[in-house]
Write a protein that binds this ligand. Sequence first.
Ligand code: SF4
Length: 330
Amino acid sequence: MTQLIDTFGRGHDNLRISVTDRCNIRCFYCMPEENVKFEPREHVLSFEEIERFVRIAAGLGVRKIRITGGEPLVRKDLPTLIRKLSAVPGIEDLALTTNAVLLAAHAQELYDAGLRRINIHLDTLDRARFKKITRRDELHRVLEGIEACRRIGYGPIKINAVAVKNLVEPDIVPLARFGREHGIEIRYIEFMPLDAQGLWLRDKVLSADEMIAMLSREIGPLEEIPDRDPRAPATEYRFTDGIGSVGFIASVTRPFCLNCNRLRLTADGKVRYCLFAIEETDVHGLLRGGAPDEAVADAIRSCVGGKWIGHQINSQQFVPPPRPMYSIGG
Ligand code: SF4
């Protein structure tokens, strides 16, 4: 049972770790094409510092770890970190979110290091739209990465698709068909105000309801999957013909903050109690300065103790977080 309980009674046992803010593609709703200022490499937490943080967090009740970025596979020797974290006592679940451009080359090593669960960020199966969204011509390598994971035996494999309105409508159904054919769950993520250039507008949000209507019309009826973990961000549905399931991470139209169990560690050593947090807790100095474990544990506790009830996207008071998505991690 986690000790990390916030003032709203939510227990925190899920930690997302950004191992780098760097990326090998340039999704327009995440980072600018040029002149991106990245964290100096020497300032990014080492694998040993991340392992120590996870060991301390596990002592406080963290059980699930998700490795994110930027793009985690651009960080050299990631299997070493996977091996270290899968050996930390108390950690029961280890997953990775990647854009899969480098995945085919690393999938076996990551699997041998203990990774089993993988989420692949992919918004479209259309080469031209992939290039338009990511500003890179890499769709073929992403598909190779997915195929490598299926061949090796990863499971579950999920695809995270960011749904920007007036852009990806033609992709919603083909992605679901792809998932049904390959036994992969597609998660549609409502577009969130986390981009570096402030492009987000409410009328660019393709809502879960709109996507459910599209899929039901084009493929067939969907029914919500009951008794799922209420703390999981995605609402999951299955097609009533029994072939495949889809999920919706509807942060904007169906906020799920009241059940939030997630904390984040950024690549530069800040603990964040929310994706949209304005404030954050610095543990970089504690980890690099050799502070005792208890001091790091206190910092984590105080971060959770200061957690707000949830994002304010739907209120007039909403202020975008001071750092963009690529330096927070999914
Ligand atoms: S927006 Fe923040 S509080 Fe809400 S679910 Fe996401 S991380 Fe948790």
